[in-house]
Each structure stands twice: as C-alpha cells, then as structure tokens.
Design a protein around this ligand. Structure first.
Ligand code: PFF
Length: 497
C-alpha cells in the first residue's frame, strides 16, 4: 500500500501556497505590460472573462484531480488511465524547463537587490543590465562566458529553494505565510509612493485608459487567455501536486476562486506601482509615457530602476523594496515548479524525498547555467515563448479533453461539489468540455501558423529550432520514457479508496 501522504498544516497553508505559486514575476511585469498593450483598462474585460471561463474552471479541475487521486500530475492522470501518465510527465517537465530559467531571472533580482544599496544603475541602466549583470552577447549563437554575478545569484536561489523544499510541505506551508503577504505589503508601500508622485496620473491613464476597439481584435483575447493560464500556474502540474497533499474532504471550489482573485488583485496592484512610477519618470524627462515603457522583462529591469533613480528621495530604499518584492513574489512560484517535479518523482520512484529534492535542485541549477551565459537572455526569451505558447496550451487542452470526456466532467463535478462551500453548476462541464479546449485549440493553431510563417523575433533559425521546437517536442519522448518505467513505489497507479 502507498505510504501515508504528507499533509498541509491547515487550509490557509494550502491556499497561501497556491497563491504564492500563482503570484510571481509574471504579475509584476507581465500583467501591467500586457494590459497596457492590449486595450488598457478595457483589457480587464477579456482578462476577467478568461479568468472565469477558463482559468478558474481549470484550476478547479487541477485541484480536484490532485485531491481526488492523491498524487502529482503523472500519478493522478495515470490513475485515470494508465496511458495518460505520460501527459503528466510532459506537464511536469515543461514546468521544469520554466523553473530553470525562472530561477535565472531571480538570480538577476539578487544582483539588483545588492546594487540598490548604492543605486549602482543610476544614469546607466542599460549598461548595468546588459553588461554588468548579464555580460550579454549579440545573439543566441554567441554563447560567451557564464556571468559571475548571475552565477552567484543562481546559487543563492537554488540554495534557498533547496532549504525550503527539503523539509516537505509542512514546512513549505509555514514559509508561504511570510512569502505571500510580504510582497503584497511591499507593493502597497510602493503603490502609495507611486501614486503620490507628480505625473503618476499620466502613467496610470496610460495603463488603464480603456480602448474598447481592442476587444474586436482576437489577439487581445489570445493574450488574455494566455496571461490567465500563466499567471494561475495551471498546466504544469503544480496545482495538482499541491492539491494532492490535501485530505480528500477539503474545499476545492472556493479555494480556487480565492486563489484566482487574489492573484488577479496582485497583478492589478503591480500595474499601479509600475505605471505610476513610469508616469513620474516621463514627466521628469518631459517625454510621453509611451517612450519610457519597455517591452517585457525590460519593464522591471530597465525602465523601473531608471524611474527609481530619479526619485526625489529614498532611491536606494525604494529600489531595495521593489527588488525584494520581486524576490519574494518569485521564490514561491519557483519552488512550486520544483515541487511539482519532486512530487511526480517521489510518488513513483522509491528514494527519500530529501534525495529527490537535492537531485532536482542540482539539475535545475545545471540547466540554468545555459541561461547564465552571455547568450542567456536570448535563449531565455526563445524558450519562454515556445514553452508557454505551445507547451502550456497543449497540456491544458489535453487535460480538459481527458477529464471532460474520458473521465467525464460531471463525475469530477460530483466529487468537488459535496466537499466545497460554493457549488458548481452544469456551466462548469460546458467550460471544461467545450469552451476552454476550443479556445486553447484556436490559440495553438493561431500561434502555430504565425510561427511557421514569421520566425520569432529575428533570431537565427537554428536557435529557434533548438531552443523552441526541440525543447517542447523532445520533452514528449522523455515523458514517455518516464511513464514506461516501472514504478518502485507500490500502488503508484492505484486510485485511493
Ligand atoms: N504564475 C507564475 C507567475 O505569474 O510568475 C509563474 C508560474 C509559476 C508559472 C508556476 C507556472 C507555474 F507552474
């Protein structure tokens, strides 16, 4: 019989851990940027529609699956149908890839925390980011040496993850009681600072002014759905693993709604911080807000630090707080990804948990070295694009089809409703069986056809092949090999009674 499963200390520990996984680096720079680019305030409409029609239903599905089957993604799916175990491994390995570069972004954050003490980037943000921290080369094919500051940050990140995970979910549940509320408090402090700066209103107008015409553009809808999946951490096995440590009578639906709304709130708040501060910078430099907004990750590591260095007072203090916020936001997302892999392995293969933790952390660190070279930023960008656009969407789609049609949505609903405060109606079945898979399918086809016609950015084809297509596709045979391996834990595929 399977050994007795570890448990969260209580319900808040689980909910906090789930919110911690959901609220991460993506909330701080991705949401504000995507929102302003896709209709500003009007983006909230597709965002919330995506949250309620796909995000929350899928979150409920993953919680329900983990809790009902009492196993991480591979075991949980395999217990429904043996042949589906491979999908679980694929999800988990995609999560592993994300984790390997996510930890590298956290490594940059450590450098900025240290540099904030002397506002070392003042007057030279680009040079600081590309040269001092990344030691960046001109393209993905010029690898360049590993950047020492990034290496040190990466070691620190992995050491911290290792320390936290080694002691199991009981301890993890205590860590998130700090790492979840802390960044919220810090964001509130930064938010108050931002909106009391002269010019901040211009920034906020830029962020939130609704452009309702955007709602007619399907790209805006695709952006809303993909942001919702990424931000809620669904499709990587994380939420399945976390829910597998819940006793079978725990609430599901309300926990999912709380997680999703808390996560959305944090994103929205981060937008105030970023755009309020950028509005101030634009005013100080007498330019339009649009000219100071950076694309993607540059928002957090170039535009925001520059704005901070222009503050009338306390640049070091606010710089420190911002990057410390990023660190505390990111750390619980990073270890949730690692936990998904560890749970998957520990469920199936007999080794002690601390050994799995050490192995996964070491391996994650080693893979992260690629992203720490001079070409690291380029590879990170390529892998991130492909893994999120294809890997995540494909896993989400297959999960919906499997649970919706093979296991049957109604059966899952009949399991989650009696244990939950909030009851789901038939609408949930419709979302899982038709709406979510349809949207995911369409967005895969759209991005796929776009990628086949126009290569991603102007990266050399070989780098897109290696870092993009190969990473996503090669993980499939690896997943199948893991699925084929004989379990050394007894009862791995036996559903709990
Ligand atoms: N949700 C996290 C963010 O928004 O930064 C990122 C993430 C964490 C994605 C865990 C996926 C995951 F499994």
């Amino acid at each position: 019989m399977p050994i007795k499963r570890e448990r969260w200390i209580n319900r808040p520990a689980f909910v906090f851990a789930a919110i911690g996984s959901a609220a991460g680096l993506g909330n701080a720079w991705r949401f504000p940027y995507i929102a302003y680019q896709n209709g500003g305030g009007a983006f909230l409409i597709p965002f919330f529609i995506a949250l309620f029609t796909a995000g929350i239903p899928l979150l409920i599905l993953e919680y329900g699956l983990g809790q009902k089957m009492q196993a991480g993604a591979p075991g949980a799916l395999g217990r429904i149908k043996k042949s589906w175990e491979g999908l679980g491994w694929w999800a988990v390995f995609i999560g592993f890839v994300i984790m390997s570069y996510y930890a590298v972004i956290m490594a940059w954050t450590w450098n900025y925390i240290y540099a904030s003490l002397s506002v070392a980037w003042e007057g030279r943000v680009l040079e600081f980011f590309y040269r001092d921290v990344l030691n960046s080369t001109d393209g993905p094919l010029q690898l360049g040496p590993i950047s020492v500051p990034v290496l040190i940050g990466l070691l620190l990140t992995w050491f911290l993850i290792w320390l936290i995970l080694r002691r199991g979910v009981k301890f993890l549940g205590k860590v998130v009681l700090i790492t979840v509320p802390l960044p919220i408090i810090l964001l509130l402090i930064l938010g108050v600072r931002a909106v009391t700066l002269p010019g901040s209103m211009e920034g906020l107008t830029y962020y939130l002014q609704p452009d309702f015409r955007a709602l007619l553009d399907y790209n805006v809808w695709v952006a809303a759905y993909s942001q919702v999946f990424f931000t809620l951490s669904v499709g990587f096995g994380v939420m399945i693993a976390y829910a597998s440590y819940l006793p079978r009578k725990s609430d599901i639906n309300n926990n999912a709604i709380i997680t999703a709304l808390a996560d959305a709130g944090i994103s929205f708040l981060a937008g105030f911080v970023v755009f309020g501060t950028l509005g101030y910078m634009a005013g100080a430099q007498n330019v339009d807000v649009g000219q100071v907004v950076e694309e993607g990750i540059g928002l957090a590591f170039i535009a925001y630090p520059e704005a901070i260095s222009l503050l009338p007072f306390g640049a070091a203090f606010f710089g420190f707080i911002f990057f410390f916020t990023l660190l505390t936001l990111g750390i619980d997302s990073a270890f949730s990804l690692a936990e998904s892999v560890i749970t998957g392995l520990d469920d199936k293969f007999k080794l002690s948990r601390p050994i799995w933790v050490t192995l996964v952390c070491t391996f994650g660190f080693l893979v992260g070295l690629i992203f720490s070279t001079g070409a690291g930023l380029w590879w990170l960008d390529i892998v991130d694009h492909f893994v999120n656009n294809f890997g995540l969407a494909a896993v989400g789609l297959l999960e919906c089809l499997l649970i919706g049609w093979v296991y049957r949505a109604e059966k899952m609903r009949n399991y989650v409703n009696p244990v939950s405060d909030v009851k789901l109606g038939k609408w949930w079945d419709i979302m899982i069986k038709y709406v979510t898979p349809l949207i995911l399918g369409i967005s895969i086809i759209l991005t796929l056809s776009e990628r086949l016609m126009v290569p991603y950015r102007d990266y050399p084809a070989i780098s897109l092949l290696l870092g993009g297509w190969m990473v996503v596709l090669l993980l499939i045979p690896v997943a199948l090999i893991f699925a084929r391996k004989k379990a050394s834990r007894p009862g791995f595929l036996q559903p709990p009674q």
